[in-house]
Design a protein around this ligand. Structure first.
Ligand SMILES: [Zn+2]
Length: 171
């Protein structure tokens, strides 16, 4: 068995430069990667701290086989979904299941800090993630994939409608 104290796991956050201008999120919150700390094999688990205005990740996205559960511990988190459910706001103690293949993004739209645990399975899914990001060429928000460049120096957002590169950030 592995035991960790959440407060002992170093919080990390991607630089705001990793967030495309046409993304839904303005800024991404801190994550404590419990998956790594615990060495889980089948489940991903993370602890998030979102300041007001911060989101779990850079934009509305979906994972084709990855099921996710969000458990809000404090504050409120509002999920933008592309489903008929519309936006869903969770308060402390609320739990939300997002099925695979469902576009969503959770953002702290409140004025106090929010904390949440996220669970996902299966654990490996990054290659299957698709992002809704504004594409200038298409003139609308379209489905993007993120690819590493051949030399490994950068990541590129590519529009799956017109194949153009819409944003690039350093690896
Ligand atoms: Zn496009």
């Amino acid at each position: 068995m592995e035991r960790v104290a959440v407060e002992d796991v170093e919080p990390i956050a991607p630089p705001d430069g990793n967030v495309p201008p046409g993304a839904t999120a303005g800024s991404v919150g801190n994550v404590r990667q419990l998956t790594r700390a615990l060495g889980t094999t089948d489940l991903s688990i993370n602890y998030y701290e979102l300041a007001p205005g911060e989101s779990f990740t850079v934009s509305v996205h979906r994972h084709d086989t990855h099921e996710e559960v969000f458990y809000v511990l404090s504050g409120t988190v509002t999920f933008e979904t592309e489903t008929e459910t519309g936006d869903v706001t969770l308060g402390a103690g609320d739990v939300l299941r997002v099925p695979p293949d469902t576009f969503q993004l959770g953002t702290n739209q409140g004025d106090e800090r929010a904390t949440a645990i996220t669970l996902g399975a299966p654990r490996e899914y990054q290659a299957e993630t698709e992002w809704l990001v504004e594409c200038e060429a298409c003139g609308e928000r379209t489905v993007h994939v993120v690819e590493g460049t051949e030399d490994g120096s950068a990541f590129v957002y590519r529009c799956t409608e017109c194949d153009s590169e819409t944003y690039r950030f350093s690896a």
